[in-house]
Design a protein around this ligand. Structure first.
Ligand code: NAP
Ligand code: ZN
Ligand code: ZN
Length: 349
């Protein structure tokens, strides 16, 4: 079936309307009419070929929500009309140790929602800036929030799980002092989730204008990281830091804020490397540098359910598909509070 989408034909070209084809639903497939799709900074990295291996045409988008419009004959978990989501993963090998543990995100054969290998035309997956998507039921999530919140649920599918998973993995909870660095799409969810998990949250931002806004999101304290004095006030005091910054920067300034045995987990994925941190900053206090990638399917469902129970959604600014290039430019300037979401009905005309 042909559907309307928005994508780019090359890394140095703007996104434009295009027609793409979706396979008919196979026995285990779910067809979703996409209502909204969030705009992740990874979409910019990938569509502009800032990461290696972008295939064109490239249709980004991995924060997808919508309604089931058809199911294959062997699908029993979903019915036509259900509210569902799809995140960054649409397939994996399904039999390795990682898949067995529900950590499909770490499967060596994970297929991304866009730019991943597929037998479907054109030979690589095409993402959620489109009217419909067809996905194997194993990778479809159930949305339990009220339908009125659907657009604000979309970014949970990447920004939500990418921050939830490391906060859970490093056991963040009451009694912990947690730093969240970079208050963009991921960072604002990091604040909301760490706060809901009971931690004392310190937000680190380069933007003076976010000082008040970060408190409203649930931060107990806010530090403008350009001010050395404000940074020094938190020296050796944090148990865990979640670093979401999309650009290379000095990591040492943050290691100095970790307590003995503290960990900084990087989730930001800049196009070029960070300057190497000082080894002494790690060995002196047995500190750790770690990374984390999105989350597996069971944990993504757990995160969605946690957010539904706690009334958590993302703070969004809705756009029409035709505003996507302008939205990218604004994201590069940090000018979004805190996630753009495409109203996919605007793809129709
Ligand atoms: P975003 O909304 O653009 O937010 C990034 C934030 O980083 C900015 O709002 C800004 O916050 C801070 N920042 C500081 N200096 C910056 C600079 N020079 N350029 C850009 N940002 C700067 O991005 P996002 O969607 O949250 O994604 C953040 C990063 O995580 C991206 O690299 C993305 O590819 C990556 N990502 C990784 C995973 C994963 O699985 N590990 C998943 C999704 C996304 P302040 O104004 O507060 O300083
Ligand atoms: Zn993403
Ligand atoms: Zn696997």
């Amino acid at each position: 079936m042909t559907v309307k989408a928005y994508g780019a034909h090359a890394g140095d070209l703007p996104l434009e309307p295009m027609d793409i084809t979706r396979r008919g639903p196979g026995a285990h497939d779910v067809r979703i009419d996409i209502a909204y799709c969030g705009v992740c900074h990874s979409d910019i990295h990938q569509v502009r070929a800032e990461w290696a291996g972008t295939l064109y045409p490239c249709v980004p988008g991995h924060e997808i929500v919508g309604r089931v419009s058809a199911v294959g004959e062997h699908v029993d978990g979903f019915r036509v009309g259900d509210l569902v989501g799809v995140g960054c993963i649409v397939d994996s090998c399904r039999h390795c140790e990682d898949c067995g543990a529900g950590l499909e995100n770490y499967c060596d054969h994970m297929v991304g929602t866009y730019n991943g290998p597929t037998p479907d035309a054109p030979g690589h997956t095409l993402g959620g800036y489109s009217q419909q998507i067809v996905v194997h039921e194993r990778y479809v999530l159930r949305v339990k929030h009220p339908e009125t919140q659907l657009a604000a649920v979309a970014p949970l599918l990447c920004a939500g799980i990418t921050t939830y998973s490391p906060l859970r993995h490093w056991n963040v909870g009451p009694g912990h002092k947690v730093g969240v660095v970079g208050i963009g799409g991921l960072g604002h969810m990091g604040i909301k989730l760490a706060h809901a998990m009971g931690a004392h949250v310190v937000a680190f931002t380069t933007s003076e204008s976010k000082r008040g806004a970060a408190k409203a999101l649930g931060a107990d304290e806010v530090v403008v990281s350009r001010h050395a004095g404000e940074m020094a006030a938190h020296a050796k005091s944090l148990d865990f830091i979640l670093n979401t910054v999309a650009a290379p920067h000095d990591l040492d300034a943050f290691f100095e804020l970790l307590k003995r045995d503290g960990t900084m987990a990087l989730v930001g994925a800049p196009a070029t490397p960070h300057p190497s941190p000082q080894v002494f900053n790690l060995i002196m206090k047995r500190r750790s540098l770690a990374g984390s990638m999105i989350g597996g399917i069971p944990e993504t469902q757990e995160m969605l359910d946690f957010c539904a129970v706690h009334g958590i959604v993302t703070d969004i600014e809705m756009i029409r598909a035709g505003q996507i290039n302008e939205a990218y430019e604004r994201m590069l300037k940090g000018d979004v509070k805190y996630r753009f979401v495409i109203d996919c009905a605007s793809l129709g005309g």
